[in-house]
Design a protein around this ligand. Sequence first.
Ligand code: ACO
Length: 387
Amino acid sequence: MRSGVSTKPTSVSRGLRGVAVAETRIGDVRGQEGFYHYRQYDAVELAEKLSFEAVWHLVHQGDLPSATELGQFSRSVSSLRDVSGPLLEMLRFVASTVPSDRPLEALRAALSILVPMERHRPWIDLLEADRQRAALRLCAVTPVIVASLYRLGSGREPVPPDPELGFAANYLWMLEGTRVAPDRVRALEQYLILTIDHGFNASTFTTRVITSTGADLGSAVIGAIGALSGPLHGGAPSRALEMVDHIGAADRIDAYIEAALSHGDRLMGFGHPVYRTEDPRSRMLRGVAEHLGGARVALAKQVEARALELLREHRPERQLHTNVEFYAALVMESVGLPPNLFTPTFVLSRMIGWTAHALEQMLDNQVIRPSAAYVGPEPHRTVPRAS
Ligand code: ACO
């Protein structure tokens, strides 16, 4: 329901907590219950049972696909992966210009060039069908950009996408150039399904704000990548892994965490703006990480258990739990991804959510234009003449 009424705000909700700024049918996060869904389906169950393409279809089209629809959808999105010709030359240029240890910035730079090369137009000028095509293309091409830049950055030729492979398998294929074991593919696929959408997080909000101006989709998702990059949002997983690395052994856990908390540092991978109970993504990813195994997983579980106890002692009034990023880091590492690809890999799945929100925003658009409460001194009524 729209309200065009503009009133002067009397109070500020810091961080917009508890303020609804849009209606959505894409999904919802229930922080007290530890539950979230995509289009009414429990997201964790979707990750347990379905393929990435099936959930992508659900989020974008609103329904789970039949077997025939899934086949058609998978073929159609895999045909949108092409980056040959001038686009490949552009990727070579980006890889030779942006330092190879900055893959998220390289992705942002490449998208900033791809969008005008592919003549994206302001969404206010497009029909819904054209907007959907633009959304599918960006979702399909982003993994190819990330993988190609990664290989070029380490002096190797890009591996072209394989149309026979699904989203997750193809991403690992393009990174490694060899067939990847099914359990690693499935672990990555489950992580990607779990992170497609998650309420009005900062990057989704950014997408909707930019889209609401009628701008092109590229502008919206490039802005969203900037929002996601911060450690208080999607930039946390490599830092969570660094923390486990720095701790190194079980007998050093308490000293490390106590020192961090007494310095006022935040433990990466803990706390959430919405969940006041365990993050269901973290619960599932803990299981996925355990299944993949490894010494680091065992240490991480000890770090997690002690961190939760010490956070409870440190902030008894807050309910701080493990968030998605802690085990996301371990899963991505076990799958074989280097830490600086963790956040770019998060972009691949969240691109589906961002673009779904952009499409939804345009169905009933009003420019998002909140207010700020001015708290400075009363304005001067005259400006002195220059002397
Ligand atoms: N470690 C230590 N203290 C914490 C943590 C943490 N991980 N999280 C919250 N707190 C404390 C804060 O210091 C704050 O104390 P203060 O009121 O004295 O300043 C209090 O709890 C509330 O913190 P807020 O930032 O207001 O809580 P909010 O729920 O809005 O923040 C956030 C959520 C940003 C995720 C926070 O928990 C955090 O910084 N966590 C670490 C970074 C991280 O894991 N980021 C990934 C988030 S998941 C995602 O975006 C995909």
